[in-house]
Design a protein around this ligand. Structure first.
Ligand SMILES: *[C@@H]1O[C@H](CO)[C@@H](O)[C@H](O)[C@H]1NC(C)=O
Ligand SMILES: *[C@@H]1O[C@H](CO)[C@@H](O)[C@H](O)[C@H]1NC(C)=O
Length: 363
């Protein structure tokens, strides 16, 4: 049986997508590496360093900031990194100048920085109608996208490179929400914006099929090939492993026929159910790359687990044929954020080590 666990953590996260050599997402590459940052899934006082420290030439292309946990009343949660944020009065948002600086630094290093929306604890269920969905998309764009004069922006003048959807329970009216966000991104010629989603490997995805079923144009999807029977752990079982089904989706159902499909894996033994070691993942990568043109790289959950798993990133980069130098860190304790508790925040490390923050964190 597939364990029913919170899959990608719980709230809003930052996703860093780092394409191999060029360092940002590349739709023509098969070597993209995307990692979620912000949920400190490894737990502990000194495990999640500030975003900036992960933006050296480490081969990571995309970083997902996790998570924007609620949308109608916008609220964010970045686990221990929230310690460096302050409440914005009159809102449920936080002002995070350190993350603002780090997003700019990372983008300067060529990384793609996505804001991840949803997570396992998202409970709003979407929107009552399409008009309110569109209004919320405009709000989210004003808070995190390109915008002039919008107050209360958590990352100030930093502008994310796009949005990632991670909904793990049923939702309504996300098609008009996503569609409006896509229109706003496409209408802004100042840079290229991306939209991604992180469905479970079970097809069709229970929470996001309405968006995935030809309605919304995604640049890539990060499939959670973990916490499910169809995950990488069952690669050699043809009745379970189903990348072929998703490749078929990419070519025949996806609104964007050039969409890339990333294999999402736990970055360490405790990060999710169904971890496989780097050599096994290497074989899975070469098999999948050889058979399916939609293959675009690897997504990992999450950064804190990845950096606690010595050698994993280097090995995955090599399996992908990706460039960049090996991660040298060993991050120093003094530069790490130090606490997993923020005033008003009582997050816990749940089963599988995934940090489950409370709902009203962006406050
Ligand atoms: C970014 O985070 C979201 C969680 O909201 C997740 O769905 C998505 O897969 C992540 N993207 C990557 C590339 O890790
Ligand atoms: C592998 O797939 C089978 C179904 O073919 C399932 O019964 C089994 O639980 C899966 N194994 C794991 C570890 O998820």
């Amino acid at each position: 049986m597939a364990p029913s666990l919170p899959s990608l953590a719980s709230i809003a996260s930052i996703l860093t997508l780092v394409p191999s050599v060029l360092a940002g997402f590349s739709s023509s590459a098969t070597s993209n590496i995307a990692v979620y940052w912000g949920q400190n899934s490894a737990g502990g006082a000194s495990t999640q360093s500030r975003l900036k420290e992960y933006c050296t030439d480490n081969g990571i292309n995309v970083i997902n900031i996790s998570f924007l946990v609620s949308i109608k009343t916008p609220s964010v949660n970045f686990a221990s990194a929230s310690d460096k944020c302050t409440a914005i009065s009159g809102t449920s948002l936080l002002k995070c100048p350190e993350i603002e600086d780090d997003i700019k630094y990372c983008q300067g290093q060529g990384k793609t920085i996505m804001l991840s929306i949803g997570g396992a604890t998202y409970t709003e269920g979407g929107f009552s109608d399409s008009a309110s969905a569109i209004a919320s998309a405009n709000t989210v764009w004003g808070l995190f996208g390109s915008s002039t004069g919008t107050a209360n922006r958590p990352f100030g003048s930093a502008v994310v490179d796009g949005f990632d959807f991670d909904f793990e329970s049923t939702t309504s009216n996300f098609v008009p929400f996503a569609s409006q966000l896509r229109s706003l991104m496409d209408a802004d010629s100042s840079k290229t914006y991306y939209l991604s989603a992180a469905p479970q490997c079970v097809y069709p995805d229970a929470a996001m099929n309405d968006m995935l079923n030809g309605a919304i144009s995604f640049n890539w999807i990060n499939i959670q090939f973990y916490n499910n029977f169809c995950g990488v752990i069952n690669f050699s079982n043809p009745n379970a492993w189903n990348f072929n089904v998703w490749d078929d989706w990419a070519h025949k159902t996806s609104k964007n026929p050039n969409v890339k499909v990333l294999i999402g894996v736990p970055a360490n033994t405790g990060a999710g159910g169904g971890y496989v070691a780097a050599p096994t993942l290497g074989s899975i990568i070469s098999d999948t790359k050889g058979k399916y043109s939609s293959f675009g790289g690897i997504m990992m959950w999450d950064m804190s687990q990845l950096y606690a798993n010595s050698g994993f990133l280097t090995s995955v980069r090599s399996s992908l044929g990706a460039g960049g130098s090996a991660p040298t860190t060993t991050l120093t304790t003094s530069t790490r954020t130090t606490s997993t508790t923020t005033p008003g925040q009582t997050g816990v490390v749940a089963q599988w080590g995934q940090y489950v923050p409370p709902f009203s964190f962006l406050r």
